[in-house]
Design a protein around this ligand. Sequence first.
Ligand code: COA
Length: 379
Amino acid sequence: MSPTVQNPTPVISATGLFTPADSISNAELVESFNTWVAQENAANAAAIEAGEAEPLAASSVEFIEKASGIKARYVLSKAPILDPEVMAPRLAERPNEEISVLAEIAVKAAREALTRAGRDARDVDAVLCACSNLQRAYPAIAIEVQAALGIEGFAFDMNVACSSATFGIQTAADFIRAGHARSVLVVNPEICSGHLNWRDRDSHFIFGDVATAILVEDKAIAPALHWEILGTRLKTEFSNNIRNNFGFLNRAAPEGVGQPDKLFKQEGRKVFKEVVPMVAEMINGHMMDLGLEASGLRRLWLHQANAGMNRLIAGKVLGHEASADESPTVLDTYANTSSAGSIIAFHLNSDDLAKGDTGLICSFGAGYSAGTVFVRKAA
Ligand code: COA
């Protein structure tokens, strides 16, 4: 596609979603965790009895649901995660000649977005893989996705943790405004199960696996049924309260245990306390600058990390307790899927909106990082 158009205007043409076949319920998860806890405590009984070691505490379904709103999570590798001897995903390493698993799930989500937009992959100009954890350093996963779909142009990976998708949308929109591309595919493959410490009681329930895709295009070539982008805004502020030290300078934790510092960890309470006001203020400021009012917001597609955080943020934006229709959740079935969460919420809960309806896609998470994307349905 020729990148020479006057006043290009970026819009969201379509989204796509890939959901793994297997799901783990809280009951299944807690049973496995508590079996491991009982085994550990039995193995350390003498030390515990002598006061030399603390017994491990059990997890509970009630706590998980009350603290997070999560009831289940989809995963790519269910049996090993539930096996008390393993408690980590086991995805066979693939030869270099085969597509990587991260690229594979990204391609599945991308194909749905392309189909929904009626877009031939050959007419896409760029691919951004925007996600929390990349399975290798290089070649970029985005370039592998580009090749698998037969796309010309350019592709690269970017990581802003849970805010990767909104940062990807703004990046794609900027490429379009600048005339560097007219059709940009943003993919968010999230294999969160690989960086979750399934033996950490405080967080073992938090994440799930999924992939989403967003096709950002110049309005001139977009399908009639698209979403105008009224404005995007990004914010980062350094914090150690959500951290994952996995990386090529650090030794990997192939068993998913024994090196908890190389897996996800957080100070959940601090995150809750610090991120809620930061995000609410950001949304309200951006909304005001765009000349929008809360009463005119039809729906909020918020990052899906925690039901309590979303309730508080939505309340601070709307001025009243949000209904499920105003701020839909996918936490119950998908759990936290990092950057993909707000896009899943949007993908599954936007077809019913009418022409002219305005809404907000919003992400927040590690970094800290946050992104707001105000959209309006065009048809
Ligand atoms: N099962 C049962 N009890 C548990 C438990 C589990 N799995 N995990 C913790 N508890 C207990 C704690 O031991 C504590 O008990 P105590 O009061 O007797 O000391 C109690 O529950 C409260 O623990 P706490 O960790 O303070 O829970 P919380 O109410 O803060 O909820 C989070 C925990 C993580 C759900 C919450 O802090 C949160 O959502 N934070 C934001 C997370 C987030 O969005 N992160 C972004 C990632 S991208």
